[in-house]
Design a binder for this molecule. Structure first.
Ligand code: PMP
Length: 422
């Protein structure tokens, strides 16, 4: 049986027992048939699908590791912890140690609370913000992803207007728009949410101006509201601190997930003393939120963050891939926009149609040659990527540009565009 037939067989089995066979942005229905769906193994930079095909991965679990899959030091720390205690009647000592490590690492943070996913963290930050001064409105940049909770998920099916009743939208990186949003609910602002950069699917990424970051801080202060910086995607990828702290803008709350657990399920809200009482007064929990193994993995991840050159290494390799692909695209006569930080690259073809047909056709060719690039979601580098990975990937992208010139780009509708609120 060929690869596609095998994949279809898996999908047919899945469809019987999993609605749609798969859900969320990880669903392959948003990609092309050349992309694998179910995986069997992940190690370092590599993924293997259920058929044994190997890929150099640039999606990296959508950012869930900084040091590659199954990093030995992180795995050792997790395994040691597992010998003693993981999920139990109450928290373990590592919870305190991890909170200490995070508050040492992140300059604005005086305390930490833990949960499982980024959506838990951004929702917890909302509750803390409302508890802070008893205000209701949460200001969010239009189209910004803060998770899949009803107050923010970019789909409307199954969601009511009331789920978002107190969410007020403004335009990202637009101080006037933010100012107007604040004025429209003057006196009732609980929080201003911010992502360190604009990193939405299907759009070019960009950093906001430094003035915008400062305006978020100033307006939050004027309203006695909390500034919440959502680092779930960016956390520890651009900086060893909060991303905006390098600009002198310190949030009151920051949300973390993905990379902090080194592949293990853990997320966190970090807060400054100002928000401590509010955080003490709310009720939040989850059966697995206090699990010790992910906390031990996170402590080891933070040690690697402090003691290795992972940031510099990933940037060097990411710059190399970016330069290589830029040269190839130009030589083959394509205008490929590579935006955002090179370690979290977004690659979109200029003038591509709404369905990103050209991008999907190109990524499809790349994945057939063994490198997993995403056609419309930003990607992620890890410290386990090597010069050899980059060289092999550049061979795949070179072949893909060549194939793209030959290929007529006719692909199925991209379902995501039917329902995403743009
Ligand atoms: N905030 C941001 C900025 C994110 O990128 C994500 C996930 N992509 C989330 C929140 C939600 O995280 P999770 O999927 O772990 O719930």
């Amino acid at each position: 049986m060929d690869r596609l037939a095998k994949k279809n067989e898996w999908f047919a089995r899945a469809e019987k027992v999993i609605p749609g066979g798969m859900y969320g942005h990880q669903s392959v229905k948003y990609l092309t048939e050349d992309f694998p769906l179910y995986f069997a193994k992940a190690k370092g930079t590599y993924l293997w699908d259920v058929d044994g095909s190997q890929y150099i991965d640039y999606v990296c679990g959508y950012g869930t590791n900084l040091f590659g899959y199954g990093n030995e030091q992180i795995e050792r720390a997790a395994a040691l912890q597992l010998q003693n205690i993981d999920t139990a009647t109450g928290p373990s000592a590592v919870m305190v140690e991890l909170a200490e490590a995070l508050t040492r690492q992140v300059s604005h943070a005086d305390w930490a609370m833990f949960c499982k996913n980024g959506s838990d963290a951004t929702s917890m930050a909302m509750v803390i913000s409302r508890a802070y001064r008893g205000k209701r409105k949460v200001l969010v940049a239009r189209g910004t992803y803060h998770g899949a909770s009803p107050w923010n998920v970019p789909y409307t099916t199954g969601i009511t207007k009331e789920d978002r009743a107190h969410v007020v939208y403004f335009e990202y990186n637009d101080i006037e728009s933010l100012d107007a949003a604040v004025k429209s609910v003057d006196g009732d602002v609980a929080a201003i949410y911010a992502t360190p950069l604009r990193h939405e699917v299907l759009f070019d990424q960009f950093f906001p101006s430094v003035e915008y970051a400062h305006a978020c801080r100033r307006l939050a202060d004027e309203q006695e509201a909390l500034l919440v910086v959502d680092e779930v995607r960016t956390g520890l990828r651009l900086s060893r601190d909060c991303s905006w702290s390098d600009w002198g803008v310190h949030p009151d709350l920051s949300c973390w997930g993905k990379a902090i657990g080194g592949g293990y399920a853990i997320a966190a809200v970090l807060g400054s003393d100002k928000a401590r009482e509010a955080a003490t007064n709310i009720f939040v929990t989850g059966s697995y939120w206090l699990s010790a193994v992910p906390m031990a993995a996170a402590i080891e991840t933070l040690r690697l963050v402090r003691e290795t050159d992972y940031l510099e290494h990933t940037k060097r390799l990411a710059d190399k891939l970016r330069a290589g692909i830029a040269e190839q695209a130009e030589r083959h006569g394509f205008e490929l926009k590579q935006t955002g930080p090179s370690v979290m690259p977004q690659m979109l073809f200029a003038g591509d149609d709404e369905l990103v047909s050209r991008g999907r056709a190109w990524a499809s060719e790349v994945v057939k040659s063994g490198a997993y690039l995403h056609p419309w979601h930003n990607m992620f580098f890890t410290a386990s990527h090597t010069d050899e990975d980059i060289a092999r990937t550049l061979e795949a992208t070179e072949a893909a540009f060549g194939a793209l010139k030959q290929k007529s780009v006719a692909l199925n509708r991209l379902d995501i565009l039917d329902t995403v609120q743009r």
